[in-house]
Design a binder for this molecule. Structure first.
Ligand code: UN1
Length: 511
């Protein structure tokens, strides 16, 4: 708590950079600067940003093409060391990045700190994994007189398209994974968090990543994103965001008259929390509140649907409503705030439209009262509704809204099938003290991350590899042992060791 207080005092420190521009050697954008304002108070200017145009995209791809071979041929240990240097730099700047996450993305102080820690973890985890994966070619068994080796290389130019809800952690995770495996990266961050991305790229350059190897192209998806994904020279895309955008990227890559590109997508969820009558109500309500309303519900892992067995439903709903009275919504820069703003006016409009529909179709359990400090920002009061059927939820609602649905014990299998039937498969929470029930649910539910008797957000890098199935993503899981495998290409090297007069090995000449 003392550490947090010290960090919190630095919230108003001057930011290292206040202008986010494309970072593409040999290119300067012609467009005008646009203001960056705080989600919690649109009158507060954080900085400004300049979008890239088509010339910037072309130049970035040319630069990356020129740099690709050298970067791929650097020993993996050298690339990993640069990531570790970046991790050290970032760790020394926690307060600065926390302040940036709070001011540009409206993150609470604790969420801001968690962002920096996760970004540091991604850098170190992927550095370490890359050394194990690519440090030595794998020697394969083969007939006498032959040597067979499997060599791993970068695929080529990777585009990293990152979301605003984890503007530092997910951004860094994508970029670090692609870089350390030998790919040049062109990053296209979410428009809402350009300054965080800009500051992070400058840090990576400072750590020694060459400027042509990692470039930044701020801009919108329709121009910059689309121009990147239709270029034949792009070897892969790492994307986190909506399922619709992932599909559009997939179509754009497939339509190119070019080599088949890799798409690594982490997309939406329609995540449930199932509680049977053996669940501990206090623990359940605590975890439901944190998973539904933490980070203003702006996590793809967040709990959207609380399925509660009818025997305990009245009690749980009553406790939930009481606990929601304790939630403080307001300025994310204050230590007393639990829930900050949603990212922007569009997000607020979407949530208001959903609330309007729910007010007609469902029963409001509770809406949290907003504090006075919310008048000038995009604030949405966290709320819980009781619904009658899962069919009332058509698509992912990306914000602090929890939908409660009662079920009868005999219908548990059907309920799980309905959740599977949404097509999404990201997180699932289970609250039960009966082992057989837990095992049955875990085996039947098609989800990437199942959490039992705890909250279902905040996957830890290397501990809970994170990512979903179906409409929720392609895999492999971020922060898991197989993630880097999609960023590399395999080359088999076969040498006839009996050639050249039966010499067992090739001659070493020179050096
Ligand atoms: C996202 O919200 O886009 O486990 C994914 C968690 C986070 C979710 C990140 N890793 O809550």
């Amino acid at each position: 708590e003392n550490d947090l207080r010290q960090l919190a005092e630095q919230i108003n420190q001057p930011l290292r950079y206040t202008r986010a521009t494309p970072l593409v050697p040999g290119y300067s954008p012609s467009g005008t600067a646009q203001p960056i304002t705080s989600p919690q108070d649109r009158r507060q200017k954080v900085g400004e940003w300049v979008a890239a145009d088509a010339l910037g995209v072309a130049k970035a791809i040319d630069n990356a093409q020129g740099a690709q071979s050298d970067w791929d041929q650097r020993p993996v240990a050298a690339r990993a060391a640069l990531l570790e240097h970046a991790a050290d730099l970032l760790e020394g700047r926690i307060a600065e990045y926390m302040a940036l996450c709070t001011r540009e993305a409206g993150k609470s102080l604790l969420d801001g700190i968690a962002e920096v820690r996760e970004a540091v973890d991604f850098l170190r985890y992927y550095a370490n994994h890359a050394r194990k994966l690519m440090g030595q070619p794998e020697q394969l068994p083969g007939p006498t007189g032959e040597s067979n080796q499997l060599h791993l290389h970068g695929r080529g130019i990777f585009v990293a398209i990152s979301p605003w809800n984890f503007p530092l952690a997910i951004f860094m995770g994508q970029v670090a994974a692609a870089l350390v495996t030998g790919n040049c990266v062109i990053a296209k961050p979410a428009e809402q968090t350009n300054l965080i991305a800009y500051t992070a790229v400058r840090l990576l350059h400072e750590a020694g990543i060459p400027e042509a190897v990692l470039q930044l192209l701020p801009g919108d998806g329709a121009t910059v994103g689309a121009a990147l994904t239709k270029d034949a020279r792009i070897a892969g895309v790492a994307f986190t965001g909506s399922t619709e955008t992932a599909r559009a990227i997939n179509r754009a890559l497939a339509a190119r008259d070019a080599a088949i590109a890799v798409l690594i997508a982490e997309t939406g969820g329609q995540n449930a929390l199932i509680a049977d009558s053996s669940a501990l109500p206090e623990q359940l309500v605590k975890d439901a509140i944190s998973a539904a309303f933490g980070s203003a519900g702006q996590r793809c892992s967040a709990a959207r649907i609380l399925l509660v067995q009818d025997d305990i439903a009245d009690k749980v709903v009553h406790m939930l409503a009481g606990a929601m009275d304790e939630i403080t919504v307001g300025d994310p820069a204050l230590m007393s705030t639990d829930v900050g703003p949603v990212i922007d006016q569009d997000a607020l409009n979407m949530l208001n439209a959903h609330a309007e529909r729910m007010n007609k179709e469902a029963k409001l359990i509770k809406a949290v009262t907003l504090s006075d400090s919310t008048a000038h920002g995009s604030f949405f009061a966290p709320r819980a509704y009781e619904i009658q059927s899962l069919s009332q939820l058509k698509r992912e609602v990306f914000g602090p809204v929890l939908h409660v649905l009662r079920y009868a014990a005999k219908d548990l299998d059907a309920v799980i099938d309905q959740i599977n039937g949404t097509g999404y498969g990201l997180t699932l929470g289970v609250h039960s003290r009966i082992d057989a029930t837990v095992q049955k649910i875990a085996a039947r539910a098609k989800v990437g991350n199942c959490y039992v008797n705890r909250n279902q957000i905040g996957a830890v890098v290397g501990v809970q590899p994170f990512g979903g199935e179906g409409l929720s993503g392609t895999g492999p899981k971020a922060g898991g042992p197989h993630y880097l495998a999609r960023f590399v290409t395999e080359r088999t090297l076969t040498i006839n060791t009996t050639a050249a007069g039966g010499n067992a090995s090739l001659l070493t000449i020179g050096e």
